[in-house]
Design a protein around this ligand. Structure first.
Ligand SMILES: [Mn+2]
Length: 256
């Protein structure tokens, strides 16, 4: 294994710094992408009614095809700001390039996506900020490489870091990726750094999200991040894996 001394001695109360009580799980729900004010408003209202304090929503979308919806960019951030002020939610959104950082002052947690896990320049720059970061595991990366990537952020001085297992690419075609709960167990056994999972991108199917969300928490994950949509059938990205609000409500109840 590579050396990762800062992971080894990591002891920062990252989740407490986000306002979570002892052993409270970090539950992040929201749409894959910001699409409109009405969409965000309906989802944010649902979250507030169900006492969920963290909303995810992408505005810079790393899509496999350049011909797919690329996100609303800075106009999406303006919508998120309005929603944040109306509902007092904490926001999670993906940063793809350090040039986007000055635009993202209203985002509470910056996500580094799987495709950028080894974008070392981005990691170094984020290490110089005091923003809370969710670092997703690349779908082709080992746990050791995941920890090495985390070390890049920590080495810059930023200790507000949360890892996220989001599935790895295997020979199995019936799920989008394979959620590696062994990764969660290893991290929880050996280190203090928080780790959550993303069962939405791990499975790619609405029906598989809830079982793997519950399995993640059973395996010791500190939280989950899940895609939900007020009308999944018209979602502009990742429609097949988005829970509708009824399914999201059932998930929340089962987590409790
Ligand atoms: Mn997505």
């Amino acid at each position: 294994l590579s050396s990762h001394p800062l992971i080894d001695k990591f002891n920062e109360p990252v989740l407490k710094n986000l306002g979570l009580e002892n052993d409270e799980k970090l539950i992040i729900l929201g749409p894959c992408a910001v699409e409109s004010y009405a969409q965000l408003d309906e989802i944010a209202k649902f979250l507030t009614e169900n006492n969920i304090k963290f909303m995810r929503a992408g505005v810079f979308k790393p899509r496999t095809s350049v011909y797919d919806f690329q996100g609303l960019g800075s106009s999406g951030l303006a919508l998120l700001k309005e929603i944040k002020e109306k509902y007092n939610l904490k926001l999670v959104s993906e940063i793809m390039d350090i040039s986007q950082l000055p635009l993202m002052n209203d985002i509470d947690i910056l996500q580094v996506g799987a495709r950028n896990m080894q974008n070392f320049e981005l990691l170094k720059q984020l290490g110089k900020t005091n923003k809370t970061i969710i670092l997703k595991r690349g779908f082709g990366n080992t746990i050791d490489e995941f920890l090495c990537a985390a070390e890049y952020i920590l080495k810059g001085g930023n200790k507000n870091l949360i890892l996220c297992e989001r599935g790895i690419r295997t020979f199995e075609p019936l799920t989008r990726n394979t959620l590696d709960l062994g990764c969660v167990a290893i991290i929880k056994n050996q280190y203090q750094i928080p780790i959550i999972t993303d069962p939405s991108h791990a499975t790619g199917h609405q029906q598989l999200v809830t079982p793997l969300a519950l399995a993640s928490l059973a395996a010791g994950a500190d939280g989950i991040m899940i895609e939900i949509h007020n009308n999944p059938s018209i979602a502009l990205s990742d429609a097949e894996q988005a829970l509708d609000l009824k399914m999201a409500k059932e998930l929340i109840n089962r987590i409790k």
